[in-house]
Design a protein around this ligand. Structure first.
Ligand code: 5RP
Length: 232
């Protein structure tokens, strides 16, 4: 399937998610190409008169939301998010996710955790029987001593740990951290791995989203499939 075809499936899932947004809601706005379709659709709703406020998970999403006329909540306030909508890099049969391909995992996890409902929107190619393998697990770490942190992660996972770079220099997140991509062949116990990784000094957050999905919407050639999930 071409990337253009996959993009139309992402869009269909994103548009379905937007149906859950009601007048007056505070919406967590994810990051990435799937989330972009959602922000554009919300912009249309706002221009049609719907009152919404958004909590963006990246500067890129914030800029797009502003351009679309979506009011944004000052992120220094204690917000109450009614629904957060975001994409994912992989989804397993238990609705656990790998996120962070775009490097926004920290804000994305904060927003997902504080939302009353977390809706995940993907195309069918993101579904996998087990996390890992084709997609590395992103881990956001403090730049100070990142090499030692990487060594600790390697000794825990026995997998290759690669400092993410962009244009030949270390990729820096919006919070000023760096990302280590861990090439795990398979993640059989994501919850235990998340806990163990978060115990390593220097680790800020991992791209494992375990037991956080409330609803999974999957764009397929036969339409959008809907899978309600239970937070665990
Ligand atoms: C960004 C993310 C994205 O949600 C994830 O990378 C999916 O992106 P896309 O919708 O472009 O496939 O986690 O940090």
């Amino acid at each position: 399937m071409s990337s253009q075809d996959l993009d139309s499936l992402k869009k269909a899932a994103a548009l379905k998610a937007v149906e859950f947004v009601r007048d007056g809601m505070v919406v967590g706005l994810g990051t990435g190409s799937t989330a972009k379709h959602m922000v554009l659709a919300l912009g249309e709703k706002v221009r049609a008169g719907m009152r919404l406020r958004g909590v963006p998970t990246s500067n890129e999403t914030a800029a797009l939301a502003r351009q679309q006329g979506i009011a944004l909540i000052d992120t220094d306030h204690t917000w109450v998010i009614d629904v957060a909508i975001d994409g994912a890099d992989q989804v397993d049969p238990h609705f656990n996710l790998i996120k962070g391909g775009g490097g926004a995992l920290l804000k994305e996890k904060i927003v997902a955790a504080s939302a009353k409902q977390f809706i995940v929107v993907v195309d069918h190619a993101k579904r996998v029987p087990v996390l890992g393998g084709s997609f590395p697990l992103p881990i956001e770490v403090i730049p100070f001593g990142w090499g030692s942190t990487a060594r600790e992660i390697h000794s825990l996972t026995k997998s290759s740990v690669v400092l993410r770079e962009r244009n030949g220099v270390p990729f820096t997140t919006e919070a000023g951290h760096v990302i280590l991509d861990v090439h795990l062949p398979r993640i059989d116990h994501p919850r235990e791995l998340e806990i163990a990784l978060n115990r390593i000094p220097g680790v800020v957050e991992t791209g494992l989203f375990v037991g956080r999905t409330d609803l999974l919407l999957v764009g397929t050639e036969n339409g959008v499939e809907s899978y309600p999930a239970t937070r665990t």
